[in-house]
Ligand binder design. Structure first.
Ligand SMILES: [Zn+2]
Ligand SMILES: [Zn+2]
Length: 431
C-alpha cells in the first residue's frame, strides 16, 4: 500500500464492509452520449431484415404457381454456398437475396441465410446490417465482420470495445474513441487538394478528379456518409451523402504521394461518429447482445475522494476535472460480463460501506451515504477529462444510484444535456 494513495484520508474504513456478490447490484447500465450512425430517427435507414422477410413472403405466395427453372448455383451443397457467402461483402449478399430468382430458389436462399449461424449473428447485431448497407461498405467481407463482432476487445487497449467503426472495421472502447487524434478519413475534395504535382498534370480538373476517384476506389476502403447529425452533442452535420476515404489505408498504400491532411478537430470528431455504431457484446449467459456494464464501485470515485494532503474533494466530471482522482478502474469504462469478472479479479470483490464525509478533517456532514468500493487498495491516481460525460454527469449519478433505469441500447437525445436534477426525458427507441 502506498502511503500517498491510501491511509486515513483517502482510504475507506476497514470495518463494517458488506460484501456484494450480486452482479446486478454492483453493476449498472448507462448509455453513451453522442450520436452515431443510425442513431436519430429522422434519418431513417433501410431495414434489410424486414426486406428479407418481405422477399420470403412473396416467394411463399408464388411458390405453388411457379414452374420456372431452378438456378444452377442452388444445386450446390449448403456448406459450399456458405463458404462462398462468407467471402462476400454485406451489400453483395443483400443484392443476391434481392435478385429475381424463381420462388423455390428464393425460398431456399433465404432459408440458408436464416439457418446459417454467421448470418444470424450479424443480422441480430443492432443496426449493423442497416448501417453497413446504407454506408455501402464493400471493402470487408461477411467473414471479417463476423470475427470483429465475436471478438469484443478494443483494438487499441484490449478492454471491451463498445464502439464499432465500419470503415476499418474495428472495435474501440469509448476512452480510445474519444482520445483518438488520428485523421481517419477524408472526402475526395480534401484529398485532391493535397495531391502533389497536380499542377504539372496535363489533365483538366474534372479529368483529374475522376482519375483520382477511380484510383482511390480501386485501392482503398470507401464509404458513403449518411446525412444526419453526429458527434458528442449532435452538432456535427453531414448535409449530403458523399464518399469518405480511409486515410490510414491511403497513407499505408501510398506513403509519399499525399500530404498530411490538415487537422480539423470538429470535422474529425463528427466523422468518427458518422461511420461508427454502438457495439454490444454477445452475452453467453443470456444468449443475446448486451451493451455492457459499468462498475458501481469505480463509478462512485471522484466525488467522495479527497487529497491525502488537503480536505478538497475531487471530481472527474465537474469543475475540478483537471485534478487527479484515485482510481481502481476508470469511472466511465464499460465492461462485458467476462471483462467485469476480470475487473473484480484485479481490484477485489465489491463491498458496500457507510461513508461519511464528516468523519474526515474539518468536513462536517451529518448524513451518511451508502457507497460501493473494491476490496483492494487504490493502485494509482489518474487525470482524465471525459468532456462528453461531464455534460451528462447528473444523469450518470442517477443511473449509478439506480434511481433511473434506461432501456437497453437507448440513445441519448439532446435534451439530456440541459437536464440537471430532474427526471431525464429519454428516447424509448431501442437500438
Ligand atoms: Zn480501448
Ligand atoms: Zn470497479
Amino acid at each position: 500500500m502506498n502511503a500517498d494513495n491510501q491511509g486515513p484520508d483517502a482510504g475507506f474504513p476497514k470495518e463494517g464492509r458488506i460484501p456484494v456478490d450480486d452482479f446486478e447490484e454492483y453493476t449498472f447500465r448507462a448509455p453513451r452520449p453522442g450520436f452515431f450512425a443510425g442513431d436519430l430517427p429522422k434519418n431513417p435507414l433501410p431495414c434489410p431484415q424486414f426486406e428479407l422477410e418481405r422477399i420470403k413472403k412473396k416467394a411463399i405466395q408464388n411458390s405453388n404457381a411457379d414452374d420456372s427453372p431452378r438456378s444452377r448455383i442452388f444445386t450446390l451443397p449448403v456448406e459450399i454456398l456458405c463458404a462462398i457467402f462468407i467471402q462476400l461483402d454485406i451489400c453483395s449478399l443483400l443484392t443476391l437475396a434481392r435478385l429475381d430468382f424463381s420462388p423455390p430458389d428464393a425460398l431456399h436462399l433465404l432459408q440458408i441465410l436464416q439457418d446459417w449461424h454467421v448470418f444470424a449473428k450479424i443480422a441480430a447485431f443492432p443496426k449493423l446490417l442497416a448501417v453497413a448497407s446504407a454506408l455501402e461498405c464493400r471493402h470487408w467481407t461477411i467473414g471479417t465482420i463476423f470475427d470483429v463482432i465475436q471478438d469484443e476487445r478494443c483494438v487499441m487497449c484490449g478492454y471491451f470495445g463498445d464502439i464499432l467503426d465500419l470503415m476499418t472495421p474495428e472495435r474501440r472502447c469509448f476512452r480510445c474513441f474519444i482520445h483518438d487524434d488520428i485523421i481517419r478519413m477524408q472526402s475526395l475534395e480534401s484529398i485532391s487538394k493535397l495531391q502533389k504535382c497536380s499542377e504539372d498534370s496535363i489533365e483538366q480538373p474534372e479529368e483529374q478528379r475522376s482519375t483520382l476517384l477511380k484510383m482511390l476506389e480501386e485501392n482503398i476502403p470507401v464509404i458513403r456518409l449518411i446525412e444526419g447529425n453526429y458527434g458528442g452533442d449532435g452538432d456535427g452535420i453531414a448535409r449530403s451523402r458523399h464518399q469518405m476515404f480511409d486515410m490510414i489505408a491511403l497513407k499505408t498504400k501510398f506513403p509519399t504521394e499525399f500530404r498530411e491532411p490538415e487537422d480539423n478537430w470538429s470535422v474529425r470528431s463528427r466523422l468518427q461518429y458518422a461511420t461508427s455504431i454502438r457495439a454490444p457484446f454477445y452475452d453467453m449467459e443470456t444468449l443475446s447482445y448486451k451493451e455492457g456494464y459499468f462498475c458501481r464501485a469505480c463509478a462512485a470515485q471522484g466525488w467522495t475522494h479527497r487529497s491525502p494532503s488537503s480536505s478538497r474533494t475531487y471530481s472527474m466530471c465537474v469543475d475540478e476535472v483537471h485534478e487527479k482522482a484515485p482510481t481502481w478502474g476508470l469511472p466511465y469504462r464499460r465492461y462485458s460480463r467476462e471483462g467485469m469478472k476480470n475487473h473484480v479479479n484485479q481490484y477485489g470483490g465489491v463491498f458496500k460501506i457507510e461513508w461519511s464525509i464528516g468523519e474526515h478533517r474539518n468536513w462536517k456532514m451529518e448524513d451518511k451515504e451508502m457507497r460501493y468500493i473494491h476490496g483492494a487498495d487504490f493502485e494509482r491516481w489518474v487525470c482524465d477529462e471525459p468532456r462528453t460525460l461531464r455534460l451528462i454527469w447528473p444523469l450518470l449519478v442517477r443511473l449509478r444510484n439506480k434511481q433511473t433505469e434506461l432501456p437497453e441500447g437507448a440513445t441519448f437525445v439532446s435534451k439530456w444535456y440541459q437536464v440537471r436534477d430532474t427526471n431525464p426525458v429519454f428516447n424509448k427507441e431501442k437500438w
